[in-house]
Design a protein around this ligand. Structure first.
Ligand SMILES: [Zn+2]
Length: 488
């Protein structure tokens, strides 16, 4: 959770789409004539508008050397494509989910989660080449046009409640343009084109196949930021790797120079990379949310799903029926917390029902109930607490339709009452996990490596997958491997 600046992007994106005209054009990567809903200028405009929003919402990994390394390889690959002149940019975003995605116009993003699962520069070039291909072959532009045409109403509805991002509906939220789902044909084409781009720049195209194998072994849900995993945005046709074999063989046969894998060099680059949640944005331990930088903790009700993004934390009971969400509020000129609350809700049209200044675990607060109407939700009740802590004001609110609210009220009040400061000692104990390199010894198994003291509890099978093995394969003595340890 960090501060945020609002919803202008989604409105802007709609304007771009509204200006889109249908035209027939030649696909630059495939050479085929096709209906194009977006001109190249429109693709670039959409990318340039989305990029700052994606960087802000997801956060960018604070490691200039790593960013430069990925950007450098991305630019080398892009130079050999059919569209070298797009304003290409490549960034590592601060998400633990394992995924990569591209936005029309040449904006490509890798999560730090996917970097942790790659094992060579050839695999990195494979992922980048694949995403570059979704751009050069206009897959995302075509998908975006199709999808947006069908969901304009939904987007408009959500502008009214901009901070709510229902679970499982990431595609309708601000990052929708990044998380489009591609079809089988698009995926196969991106594999082929990507392998070609990688080979043209001197990387072994077998990296595309091995990275697909690793990603195919993972089937996690979205991470707490709502970033989906690779398989949910890049469907994996059953014969995909086998089919790629022929293409890889012919590319290797035609190569005029020795092709690079660069495993050791890649592993050096990811040594020390954060793994899993970034505790600076808050961590969940069971249903307890702890924020070491902002120094607070709170308890969401048992069994609720909790989603933590840089802008907010949202919790929802299984099966829906409302939300509880936590955000930072800009207090502006308002002095009392009641004034802060009034200013905060000023634009929503919600009417004050009852409420008063109070204290929550010793912290000054204003807790109140409000009623009103919201588009797509009808009559709603909002119960919210504005809590002042560490020179900041937090709004912790529950929102539901009038009928569902009765069930929600107790959960909202319980969550509000659980908000309390975090001690320095507790904050200090919340540390990130990081990757470290390890050389396998004779007799090592994934279980024995995972059980070494000082390591974070990453299941043995996951350790195998991170290192590009299937859990049934065994590491060999002398193998350089990635392990996960507690960082500082
Ligand atoms: Zn793909």
């Amino acid at each position: 959770m960090t501060e945020r600046t609002g919803m202008s992007w989604r409105v802007a994106a709609l304007a771009v789409v509204a200006a889109v005209a249908v035209a027939c054009a030649t696909n630059p990567a495939t050479g085929q004539r096709e209906f194009s809903l977006m001109s190249e200028a429109q693709e670039v405009a959409l990318g340039k508008e989305s990029d700052p929003q994606i960087r802000r919402e997801m956060g960018v990994v604070d490691d200039p050397a790593l960013q430069q390394y990925v950007d450098g390889i991305g630019h080398r690959l892009a130079a050999s494509t059919e569209r070298p002149d797009l304003p290409w940019s490549f960034a590592v975003v601060d998400a633990p989910a394992v995924n990569a995605f591209a936005v029309p116009g040449g904006f490509v993003y890798l999560t730090r989660g996917i970097l942790a699962h790659l094992n060579s520069e050839a695999e990195l070039a494979g992922v980048l080449g694949h995403e570059i291909a979704h751009v050069t072959a206009r897959h995302s532009a075509a998908q975006y046009s199709k999808q947006t045409a069908g969901s304009l109403g939904l987007l408009l509805g959500q502008i009214f409640v901009p901070e709510l991002r229902p679970f499982g509906q990431v595609a309708e939220a601000g990052l929708g343009v990044a998380f489009l789902k591609f079809g089988r044909d698009d995926e196969l084409q991106a594999d082929d084109l990507g392998a070609g781009y990688a080979t043209a720049q001197g990387w072994d195209p077998r990296g595309v196949a091995s990275m697909l194998e690793t990603l195919g072994r993972l089937d996690d849900g979205p991470d707490r930021k709502g970033v989906p995993n690779w398989l949910s945005t890049h469907p994996m046709p059953a014969d995909r790797v086998a089919r790629l074999d022929a293409r890889v063989s012919s590319l290797r046969a035609q190569a005029t120079r020795e092709l690079a894998v660069n495993r050791a060099a890649y592993l050096q680059r990811v040594d020390g990379l954060m793994f899993g949640e970034n505790p600076r944005e808050g961590v969940l331990r069971g249903n307890t949310f702890l924020h070491p930088d902002m120094r607070f903790r709170l308890e969401f009700p048992q069994g609720w799903q909790v989603q933590n993004t840089p802008q907010q934390v949202v919790a929802q009971p299984q099966g829906g029926g409302g939300y509880v969400f936590l955000q930072l509020v800009q207090p502006g000129q308002a002095r009392s917390l009641q004034d802060v609350a009034a200013a905060d809700l000023g634009q929503t049209g919600l009417q004050f029902v009852e409420g008063s200044e109070t204290r929550v675990n010793g912290l000054p607060a204003f807790v109140g109930t409000f009623r009103g109407q919201m588009q797509n939700m009808g009559d709603v009740v909002l119960r919210a607490a504005w809590i002042r802590h560490n020179n900041q004001v937090f709004r912790l609110a529950g929102l539901a339709g009038t009928n569902a609210y009765r069930q929600l009220q107790q959960a909202v009040d319980g969550t509000v009452q659980s908000f309390q400061p975090l001690s320095a000692g507790e904050a200090e104990r919340i540390r990130p996990s990081v990757l470290e390199l390890y050389t396998a010894k004779a007799g090592d198994t994934w279980e024995s490596i995972a059980a070494v003291p000082g390591q974070k509890l990453v299941p043995a099978a996951r350790l195998a997958i991170i290192n590009g093995f299937s859990p049934q394969e065994r590491p060999q003595a002398g193998d350089r491997l990635k392990v996960v340890i507690e960082g500082r």
